[in-house]
Design a protein around this ligand. Structure first.
Ligand code: SF4
Length: 161
């Protein structure tokens, strides 16, 4: 059981929590995952969508990272929106003393370790999304929907669940 005094909040990509915030108006729900369900029932998850938080619409033109800039499929530079979303995520992380985040893999905002290469051809390269990188810089450990087991072990090890 969680003791409220030791409860820690975890940032999570809103699309993973079933919110229809993706560029195409859909989501990437992982709400069928038991660990995520448990965290949610304990009110430990704080959803963020850095692209919407940065002022972009739903739906929106897809973006990939090219030389550190967020460029949409028609060549428009959306970096300022991405940076605004990242700044808001950092403010939230500091406010709640966030140590862990579960962010959608491969996204130009949320991806950690691998992102698409800017050719819009589903080609992955090593790199981080703009928000994932900003959160890493303040010490937040990033997980994705692909390694929830690792986060679950860590949270249990630290006595938070
Ligand atoms: Fe999901 Fe992050 Fe993309 Fe928003 S910016 S739709 S939270 S992956």
């Amino acid at each position: 059981m969680v003791s409220l005094s030791s409860a820690m909040k975890i940032l999570i990509s809103a699309c993973l929590l079933g919110q229809n915030v993706k560029y195409n108006g859909l989501n990437n729900s992982i709400l069928d995952n038991q660990f995520i369900k448990r965290l949610q029932s304990l009110n430990l998850l704080i959803p963020i969508c850095p692209e919407v938080d940065g002022g972009l619409s739903i739906p929106r033109v897809p973006v990939e990272i090219i030389k550190g800039r967020a460029i949409d499929k028609f060549g428009k530079d959306k970096t300022k929106h991405f940076q605004t979303g990242a700044k808001k995520a950092v403010i939230l992380a500091k406010k709640f003393n966030i140590k862990y985040a579960v962010l959608k893999s491969k996204s130009p905002s949320c991806g950690s370790g691998f992102i698409y290469d800017g050719s819009f051809s589903h080609t992955l390269i090593q790199g981080d999304g703009i928000t994932a990188l900003a959160l890493k810089k303040i010490g937040v450990q990033i997980f994705s929907e692909d390694n929830l087991d690792s986060l679950e072990k860590l949270v249990k090890l630290n006595g938070n669940l």
